[in-house]
Structures are given as structure tokens and as C-alpha cells.
Write a protein that binds this ligand. Structure first.
Ligand code: SAM
Length: 215
């Protein structure tokens, strides 16, 4: 549980160099996959966004370890590649601002998050009104929140909560269909592949982080 979770006191306390072997001094993590599971999206994004540092955050220890080993193996098999992806164990619902500075992220992904079907568990969902404000804090104006799920009720929930937030605006259908990362997200997560095999539906919703209002 959380008392065993390690998290930095602030983003400035974070030593990213040990996660990204080729990171330069002026490079920050700008892409995050929240609840990355077994890392399929990270692995697919690595060659698509070669200039970006991409982080998977995952709460389960064994799953995090698996992704870590997967990345190490890929780096060995493809020297020079996959240095821009890493994973760390963390509870994104609690400590995101400990890891990321205000406006640090360009893209944040929520792929097939746990649905928490029961009404009384809805507050445990990864998108809530409060958490939407936290995501607005870590994502820069112009940045994008990507969501995908096979659970229509959860899709509607995430869509409505993000749409209701004054700092997010739903992207166009064209963006959700044609954006390079949205396309990668549609096919490259382990959960998405399972849904595909079972001939299930996939619901996508993307949101643009708006400019901060002038006060
Ligand atoms: N995104 C992956 C995919 O599409 O294949 C995994 C989807 S899986 C259904 C949801 C993942 O989110 C699980 O691996 C779970 O451990 C992780 N998770 C749940 N709550 C989390 C939290 N608060 N912070 C980080 N990860 C979390």
C-alpha cells in the first residue's frame, strides 16, 4: 500500500538520469502513461517520439518490475534505442505533482483504466473532478489528455468529467481518429489487444489543455 511507495518530496528531488541513460540536462519527461500495465504503449511510443522522454507509472510492484525488465531487454537487443522510455512504481492518484512540475507534460495517457463498476467505487476512478484539476496542473496549455476504454459507462464518465473542467476541451473527431499517438494508443496496449481479440468496442476521447485564464 501507499506507505511503501517511494515518491520525491518535489519534482526537483527527482533524479531522472538513472531512468534515462541518454537524458540531456535540458530534457524533461513530457509524456506519461498512467497505469501503463505491461508497457505496450511505452514500447510503441518510443520510436514514434524519439526526442521525448516517456514515463509509465504503474501501481503494481510485479507489473512495474516486468516493464523494467522489458525495457532493459529491448535496450540490449536494440543498442541505442528505447533509451527514451522508463517506468516507475507510483500511485498517480496521489503523487503526480510530486513527480511533475506545473505544465511539464505535453501528453498524458489513460488507457483502459480500472472501471470500478459499482456506484460507491466511482470515486476511485482515475478521472474525477479533483483529479482533473491535478491533470490540468501537470499538463501544459496546448497539451493533450488521451483516454481509451472498452467500458462505455467509464468512457462517458471520463468524457463528462474532463469536458466539464474549464481547462479542458474535447478534441475533434478527426484528431481522435488521425493523431499519430491516438492511433498508436488504439492498437498498442495489452488491454486493447485483449479487447480486439474479444471483438469488443474501444471508446476514445482526447482533450486539449486550454490556456490559463487571464486574471
Ligand atoms: N494501460 C494498460 C493497458 O491498456 O494495457 C493497463 C490497463 S489495466 C486494466 C489498469 C492498470 O492501471 C493496472 O495495471 C493497474 O495496476 C494500474 N493502476 C490502477 N490504479 C493506478 C494508480 N492509482 N496509479 C498507477 N497505476 C494504477
Amino acid at each position: 500500500s501507499d506507505h511503501q511507495l517511494e515518491y520525491p518530496l518535489s519534482p526537483d528531488h527527482m533524479d531522472w538520469d538513472k531512468y534515462y541513460p541518454t537524458k540531456t540536462a535540458n530534457q524533461d519527461v513530457t509524456v506519461a502513461d498512467i497505469g501503463c500495465g505491461f508497457g505496450g504503449l511505452l514500447v510503441a511510443l518510443a520510436p514514434a517520439l524519439p526526442e521525448k522522454l516517456i514515463l509509465g507509472m504503474e501501481i503494481r510492484v510485479q507489473v512495474t518490475n516486468y516493464v523494467e525488465d522489458r525495457i532493459i531487454a529491448l535496450r540490449q537487443q536494440h543498442p541505442g534505442d528505447y533509451n527514451n522510455i522508463a517506468v516507475l512504481r507510483g500511485n498517480a492518484m496521489k503523487f503526480l505533482p510530486n513527480f511533475f512540475k506545473q505544465g511539464q507534460l505535453e501528453k498524458i495517457f489513460f488507457c483502459f483504466p480500472d472501471p470500478h463498476f459499482k456506484q460507491r467505487k466511482h470515486k476511485a476512478r482515475i478521472v474525477t473532478t479533483t483529479l482533473a484539476s491535478e491533470y490540468a496542473y501537470v499538463v501544459r496549455p496546448g497539451g493533450v489528455v488521451y483516454t481509451i476504454t472498452d467500458v462505455e459507462d467509464l468512457h462517458i464518465w471520463m468524457r463528462d468529467h474532463l469536458q466539464a473542467h474549464p481547462l479542458f476541451e474535447r478534441c475533434s473527431e478527426e484528431f481522435e481518429r488521425e493523431d499519430e499517438c491516438a492511433k498508436i494508443m488504439y492498437v498498442n496496449t495489452e488491454e486493447g489487444k485483449k479487447v480486439e481479440r474479444n471483438k469488443g468496442s474501444k471508446f476514445v476521447a482526447c482533450f486539449r489543455r486550454l490556456e490559463n485564464p487571464v486574471v
